[in-house]
Design a protein around this ligand. Structure first.
Ligand code: NBP
Length: 478
């Protein structure tokens, strides 16, 4: 075979990725379960590069140069297992299977182990950037063996997005499931970013009394500053859009029930297992599910609440500035939580993930790309063992400068009855971390009272138990 790489699964993502490889001068073998998709791709874009369209699995494998590099871009879950089962028997030791779908990292760990036993490298790879990114340069998060990255990395570096300084937005993340784990947390952070932006919009609409067009302008202005990011940019686009059928703002005619495909939920489920407080991401996932409970919402619509008062023009503008501060501070917290989760996953599974590099490859191509990521890279470059983003001097300074406005915005939201679970969870996290003493001491007392669960003391080592049922004497535990 002569193809440098092959792509099987030619739906939106696979076909765009195949074209991206071809446009960079690679010979790309094509395969799809339903041949019509392969033919359609050749028909529409066959002249963009050198493609080798194939029909059967055998033809596809035969078209690949050895060691073979085969990208699977099919629906995550069972289809991925089905495709692996179809191709693995046709491959040889040293070949590389790349799964670019949104697999759960535990599935990736299982698949990697099974294929490793056959001498096949399995590279579970997170790819972010949607359709456009796949074609013009996504952020690519490959896991798998270091050896597989040697053969694959140079190709991925060609097709990946480039950060402003020219660095390709891909790096070897770590063994087995590390790439898909990082992609999962990326999506969790994406959920949190989107929720925080939604809350900012809600506040500008309900508290400041702005119309969607005005809010679009506000976001455009924010996008020239420290919040400069893809999500803020597209938010302005969506808010400025007018529905053709009704002439009303698009955002007012869309059903307000958010859907989800599951990666945000995985992030939170995994965080619960790892014991990492990703409260901002969790609130974002819950906010989407709450919005979807139409019956519950209809049944609750008459519950009493405050009647908000309209702000004057000047006050509204001042409030909008405060919302920018609150959004930025909450965003720092979301990323702090997300990076904590990556560190915890890395420790748990022995992946040795470089957090600074993760931030660096999210600077371009992916949905959460933002000027802000440069700052995170700088923070980890300056101090690779940074215990938390909040311990970075510059972030600590900025969040400190934002905190008065952050609190004022949440106070206004509470007074007006506007739900801001993301902003509030972020502030609660910040205040809890800052606290000299937490009421967890009382929790420990309660646990010892009803369950003899024991506690530690601030002044002496060891575990203790109080005999609550008797004279309440303290005894050493165990
Ligand atoms: P889909 O997730 O819609 O999957 C469609 C593809 O899967 C088609 O090629 C289809 O073949 C193939 N397929 C299915 Br379904 N079952 C199969 C089976 N049992 N055996 C062989 N092939 C099978 O495509 P997509 O939206 O392009 O996404 C591909 C992957 O990329 C997914 O894992 C997705 O989560 C991930 N992803 C998507 C995005 C995005 O923005 N859409 C971003 C990042 C990652 P057929 O043509 O014969 O039906």
């Amino acid at each position: 075979g002569s193809a440098d790489i092959g792509v099987t699964g030619l739906a939106v993502m696979g076909s765009n990725l195949a074209r991206n490889f071809a446009r960079h001068g690679f010979t790309v073998a094509l395969h799809n379960r339903t041949k019509a998709k392969t033919d359609a791709l050749m028909e529409a874009h066959g002249e963009e590069g050198v493609f080798v369209p194939t029909g059967t699995a055998e033809e596809f494998v035969a078209a690949l140069e050895r060691p073979r590099r085969l990208v699977i871009m099919v629906k995550a879950g069972e289809p991925t297992d089905a495709v692996i089962a179809e191709f693995a028997p046709l491959l040889e030791a040293g070949d590389v299977i790349i799964d670019g779908g949104n697999a759960h990292f535990e599935d990736t760990r299982r698949r990697e182990k099974e294929l490793r036993e056959q001498g096949i490298h399995f590279v579970g790879t997170g790819i972010s950037g949607g359709e456009e990114g796949a074609l013009n340069g996504p952020s690519i998060m490959p896991g798998g063996s270091a050896e597989s990255y040697e053969s694959l990395g140079p190709l991925l570096e060609q097709i990946a997005a480039k950060a402003k300084d020219g660095t390709p937005c891909t790096t070897h993340i770590g063994p087995d499931g590390a790439g898909h784990f990082v992609k999962m947390v990326h999506n969790g952070i994406e959920y949190a970013d989107m929720q925080l932006i939604a809350e900012a919009y809600h506040l500008l609409r309900s508290v400041a009394g702005y119309e969607p067009r005005q809010i679009a302008e506000t976001f455009r202005t924010w996008n020239t500053g420290r919040l400069d990011s893809y999500l803020i940019e597209i938010t302005a686009e969506v808010l400025a859009h007018t529905d053709a059928a009704t002439g009303r703002p698009f955002v007012d005619v869309v059903a307000d029930e958010a859907e989800q495909k599951g990666t945000g939920r995985w992030t939170v489920q995994t965080a619960l297992d790892l014991g990492v407080p990703v409260s901002g991401i969790a609130e974002a996932v819950f906010a989407r599910s709450l919005s979807g409970h139409a019956d519950l919402r209809a049944a609750s619509r008459d519950l009493p609440g405050p009647t908000g008062s309209a702000l004057g023009e000047k006050e509204a503008a001042a409030f909008a500035d405060q919302v920018e501060q609150a959004l930025y501070a909450s965003k720092i917290v979301s990323y702090t939580q997300g990076f904590h989760q990556i560190q915890a996953g890395s420790d748990e599974y022995g992946w040795d993930i470089d957090l600074g590099k993760v931030a660096a490859i999210w600077r371009g191509g992916c949905i959460i790309r933002a000027a802000f990521l440069d700052r995170i890279t700088d923070a980890y470059d300056g101090r690779p063992d940074l215990p938390s983003l909040l311990s970075d001097e510059r972030f600590a300074e900025e969040i400190g400068a934002a905190q008065d406005d952050w609190r004022a915005v949440i106070t206004a939201a509470v007074a007006d009855g506007v739900p801001v679970p993301g902003f509030s969870a972020a502030l609660a996290y910040y205040d809890a971390l800052r606290a000299e003493r937490l009421p967890a001491a009382l929790t420990q007392g309660q646990r010892d009272f009803f369950g003899a669960h024991t506690y530690r003391r601030t002044d002496r080592d060891g575990a203790f138990h109080t005999l609550w049922g008797g004279e309440r004497n303290e005894v050493p535990a165990g």
